[in-house]
Ligand binder design. Structure first.
Ligand code: PGA
Length: 225
């Protein structure tokens, strides 16, 4: 089986108490799946407030689940009220999602700010999942994974066709030289396999279906079957 990534994204959902309950249900089921993961890396990207308690619970359950943040400050430490630096994230998580379309459209994050975010993350050894809505959007150097997410497919229940997603990822691969490209947009346990079977797709970015621990387990089961 080729190397693949399943990346959950809780977005602005899940309080600390809810995160604890999620993990109590997820961890035992995930533990049973672990010997089937092989080349599959599972990452869950959560609100900053959930990182610390989840890190503790992951250690307690000793499961191979990686943690990610969903944003990082474009600045180093200092007088930047409200910002969370890459150095702070690195204590708790190995990954960060940068450039998600919700941050581009709702928070007006543009290419320049996003490239500073990537620079900060990489300076502190936080791996980057960099999201783009198409093959034309600029991708900064040295990101680790690109997430191709057509805006119209996010949270709508409508996916891109696996064939078109494959041809877009192929173009991204050729123009950026990055081989790890995941598809995101209404991925569920029912359609995940079709995307993973495509040559240029190395995984999936999963919003809605990662919020329910059982649905996320079902999706991981399908992906590793
Ligand atoms: P969705 O979100 O799976 O709910 O469509 C995907 C994403 O925005 O990363």
């Amino acid at each position: 089986m080729k190397k693949q990534y399943i990346i959950g994204n809780w977005k602005s959902n899940v309080t600390v108490e809810e995160a604890k309950a999620w993990m109590e249900s997820f961890a035992p089921a995930f533990k049973q799946l672990q010997n089937k993961l092989h080349e599959t890396t599972v990452i869950i990207s959560v609100p900053f407030t959930d990182l610390y308690p989840l890190k503790e619970l992951i250690n307690e359950h000793s499961i191979q689940l990686s943690l990610g943040a969903q944003d990082v400050s474009p600045f180093p430490e200092g007088a930047y009220t409200g910002e969370v630096t890459a150095q702070m994230i690195k204590e708790l998580a190995d990954w960060v999602i940068i450039g998600h379309s919700e941050r581009r459209s709702l928070l007006k994050e543009g290419d320049e700010e996003l490239s500073f975010e990537v620079m900060q993350a990489k300076t502190h050894d936080v791996s980057v999942v960099y999201c783009v809505p198409d093959e034309k959007t600029h991708i900064p150097g040295n990101v680790d994974i690109v997430g191709y997410e057509p805006t119209w497919a996010i949270g709508t229940g409508k996916t891109d066709t696996p064939e078109n997603a494959n041809s877009v990822t192929k173009k991204i691969d050729v123009s950026s030289g990055i081989n790890e490209i995941v598809y995101g947009g209404s991925v569920t346990s029912k359609n995940v396999k079709e995307f993973l079977q495509q040559d240029y797709i190395s995984g999936v970015l999963v919003g809605g279906a990662s919020l329910d621990p059982q649905k996320f387990i079902d999706l991981i089961k399908q992906a590793t079957s």
